[in-house]
Design a protein around this ligand. Structure first.
Ligand SMILES: [Ca+2]
Length: 129
């Protein structure tokens, strides 16, 4: 499958002390400042036994057009309970453009484990009020 070409196995022990996982990886919690700010957290899917958990950027943009911008500069992912995705042992992919994706079949011992539930938020231009 062409799709699997894009999957990343992440070894990010060095940043596990951060709150979540950022993309771009140089980004951080405090990087979204000035004319940009973090959106609320989006948790649009629960992990399914057949696939996994997907928080997709274009899906979120369609669901929340008034809260979600078209051109975010960064994405952060956490588990639904606020932990870093590196603590789960899941294999996932994260990009600003596509969002967050965890596939059960990519995760070790997937027959006994499905992906954890994740949420994402984006760094968007602050809307003048
Ligand atoms: Ca989720």
């Amino acid at each position: 499958m062409l799709f699997t070409v894009f999957l990343l196995i992440l070894f990010v022990n060095g940043i596990s002390s951060q709150q979540g996982i950022f993309e771009p990886y140089t980004f951080g919690e405090s990087s979204c400042t000035g004319s940009y700010k973090w959106t609320t957290w989006y948790d649009t899917n629960d992990p399914s036994a057949t696939q996994g958990d997907a928080e997709l950027t274009n899906h979120i943009q369609k669901l929340f057009p008034t809260f979600m911008c078209l051109y975010p500069t960064a994405i952060e992912a956490q588990t639904s309970y606020g932990a870093s995705p590196t603590t789960t042992g899941d294999v996932f992919r994260i990009t600003v453009k596509d969002g967050f994706l965890c596939l059960n079949q990519q995760t070790a011992n997937y027959r006994n484990k499905i992906c954890t539930d994740y949420k994402v938020r984006y760094c968007c231009p602050a809307v003048a009020s």
